[in-house]
Ligand binder design. Sequence first.
Ligand SMILES: Nc1ncnc2c1ncn2[C@@H]1O[C@H](COP(=O)(O)OP(=O)(O)OP(=O)(O)O)[C@@H](O)[C@H]1O
Ligand SMILES: C[C@@](O)(CCOP(=O)(O)OP(=O)(O)O)CC(=O)O
Length: 319
Amino acid sequence: MKKTARAHTNIALIKYWGKADAQLRLPLMSSLSMTLDAFYSETSISASEENEFFLNDEKQTDQSAQRVFSYLQYLQDRFGVSGKLKVESTNHVPTAAGLASSSSAFAALATAFCAFYDLDVNRRELSRLARIGSGSASRSIFGGFAIWQKGTDDESSFAYPLDETPSLDLSLLAVELNQNQKKLPSTKGMKDAQASPFFEPWIKRNDLELNEMIAAIKSNDFTKIGSLAELNANEMHAINLTAQPGFTYFEPDTIRAIKLIEELRSKGIECYYTIDAGPNLKILTQQKNIKEVKKIFLSEFNNVNIVKATFGPGVTVLD
Ligand SMILES: Nc1ncnc2c1ncn2[C@@H]1O[C@H](COP(=O)(O)OP(=O)(O)OP(=O)(O)O)[C@@H](O)[C@H]1O
Ligand SMILES: C[C@@](O)(CCOP(=O)(O)OP(=O)(O)O)CC(=O)O
């Protein structure tokens, strides 16, 4: 018997970047995201002679396999089930390039696991389980806009939908400047960032920014959504730069792309950016400006891949 689940990635507009508990992946802040239709992972689980993990048809034996196996062990212990498992996953998103592959990966893995063992879990519990695999995965259980409330323990830290089928005119252009796997995984990056003198203010502003974002979404205020998402992303990257020692996920092309967005805005083409733990940008824009923004980026950058996305669905079991 084989069970397969599909989960879409999500992009945080209010970001998770800092943990209160590394094992349980309890965050120090609540976050809010948009699930994306264009990017997803499909993961199957079946019984096997030994634990195996295939990613995009290639057997994995490195740290990424260890992460999957220890997560499966955790889930088996938690539910009192056993057996060796074969995990086969396909990413329809570049892996570990700051395009949130771990969000779709662990949402799909948690869901396939529950389907395989026929476990009766609701979506809130599924979100808690996905969170243990990768924090951002807690939000990929849901479509549209999701909020991950930080909570104080395993029970209370889960995501829930804010609006699963938004009618908002909001599109995202993923500007893939560099699809290579990053050297500094998110888990380590967010740990190192806690040494920044601006880490405390970053945590303190979370409530305010989250509430402002919820209000902006509810009132269909694209300008507020875009500018606040950009501010929040820049705060996250500012604490990276000011950590001791400082670091950045930005590359020269990331800065060039930021400058280009500023230029487009000054010409009246409204667009904003958000950036995760990688050099690639996600541009937030509206239907009427997509063509123009895409055209200008393609003419300014060689070898850039631009993928358009809008709201995607929550996790599903495929068979
Ligand atoms: N389909 C998958 N199944 C299991 N593990 C995966 C899968 N895709 C990616 N991963 C693992 O997720 C980890 C990458 O996560 P990481 O959070 O560092 O990068 P990312 O998800 O691309 O970027 P972001 O910081 O935006 O979330 C790696 O350990 C990678 O092997
Ligand atoms: C920048 C981010 O994308 C960080 C995501 O971090 P992960 O969820 O990948 O981290 P772990 O919980 O350690 O697996 C912001 C976000 O998605 O909220």
